[in-house]
Design a protein around this ligand. Structure first.
Ligand SMILES: [Zn+2]
Ligand SMILES: [Zn+2]
Length: 322
């Protein structure tokens, strides 16, 4: 099968079709999304070698549990051992022995087929088209914030970053009735936020006061984002960190102590919640889609993501019918 393989250099390769082990299913990928984490992996983040890609929608083509065969699915990306203390505490997403689809020790979704444990699969309701279902993984990550902390209605929230993840986070918090301001750099992305009834502004336009937000979500994908977040957060407020990057961030730790700031790391979330948000139309992803490339043009797609101001770029396999 064809796959986008990274071994220090990204290349389209012909590789062996994976075979499902016990408890696993073989999926035929339809669409897969390129994420900021993929770009960081190309810079060395996580030291990953293998087939990239962790955002996808596809069909089950082979599975010992026959009821899954033919089902349209998305899949949780952390594969835990199920036996260690962390797993027994219900923290499977943090299992020390876990593999992560397309990120750590497990081939990912930029391929015609992939393998995942059946327990990781979620059937996609008919009302959600493939082009929306492919957003379930990043949307679940956005919704994870509400699993980790209470955001009361009318809470002043700043979302730093108007990229793919920032715009999902903004919508999730907006539907939870928070008073959300997206702080970004691109007029057309901020206009998109405004079209959903969310405030959008650029950092330098004088509308944003320092120390004025109860919650600041850092979703810039840049090591300097944390410094800006700490400037904007109010005393006793919370900074939620969503960005992962290869570089190390530098910031003033005294600010955390003096202003009694809570720093909250936030990663993957619950897929059922994301599917529900999409099914109820509470999060809109249609306008977040910039361009779809065939899997075979994967290298072009990556070049496009790096060079063009865009939002989500997808890779489509022949199975997508496009
Ligand atoms: Zn991602
Ligand atoms: Zn474990």
């Amino acid at each position: 099968m064809k796959a986008l393989y990274f071994d220090g250099r990204l290349a389209l390769r012909e590789v062996e079709k994976p075979r499902p082990g016990p408890g696993e299913a073989l999926l035929q990928v339809t669409l897969a999304g390129i994420c900021g984490t993929d770009l960081e992996i190309l810079k060395g983040y996580s030291g990953f070698r293998g087939i990239l890609g962790h955002e996808f929608v596809g069909h089950v083509v082979e599975c010992a549990e026959k009821k899954w065969v033919g089902k349209r699915v998305v899949g949780e990306i952390n594969i835990s051992c199920g036996e260690c203390d962390l797993c027994l505490w219900g923290l499977g997403r943090h299992c020390s022995r876990r593999t992560v689809l397309g990120i750590a020790n497990r081939d990912g979704a930029f391929a015609e087929y992939l393998v995942l444990p059946v327990v990781n699969l979620h059937e996609v309701p008919k009302s959600i088209p493939d082009e929306a279902a492919v957003f379930v993984e990043p949307l679940a990550a956005a919704a994870e914030i509400l699993e980790q902390m209470t955001v009361l209605p009318a809470t002043q929230v700043a979302v730093l970053g108007d990229g793919r993840l920032g715009l999902l986070v903004a919508q999730v918090l907006h539907q939870a009735k928070a008073n959300v301001t997206v702080i970004g750099k691109h007029g057309w992305k901020l206009d998109l936020a405004r079209s959903w009834g969310i405030k959008g502004t650029t950092a330098g336009d004088g509308q944003v006061r320092d120390r004025s937000f109860r919650v600041v979500v850092e979703a810039t994908g840049s090591p300097t984002g944390l410094r800006d977040a700490l400037r904007l957060v109010a005393p006793r407020g919370t900074v939620v960190m969503k960005s992962t990057f290869q570089e190390k961030a530098q910031f003033d730790t005294s600010k955390l102590v003096v202003d009694e700031i809570t720093l909250l790391g936030s990663r993957c979330g619950n897929f059922s919640i994301a599917l529900d948000l999409l099914a109820r139309g509470q999060v809109k992803v249609g306008h977040l889609l910039s361009k779809t490339f065939p899997l075979e043009a994967g290298l072009e797609a990556f070049a496009y993501v790096k060079e063009t101001p865009c939002l989500k770029v997808l890779l489509a396999t022949a199975a997508s019918g496009t």
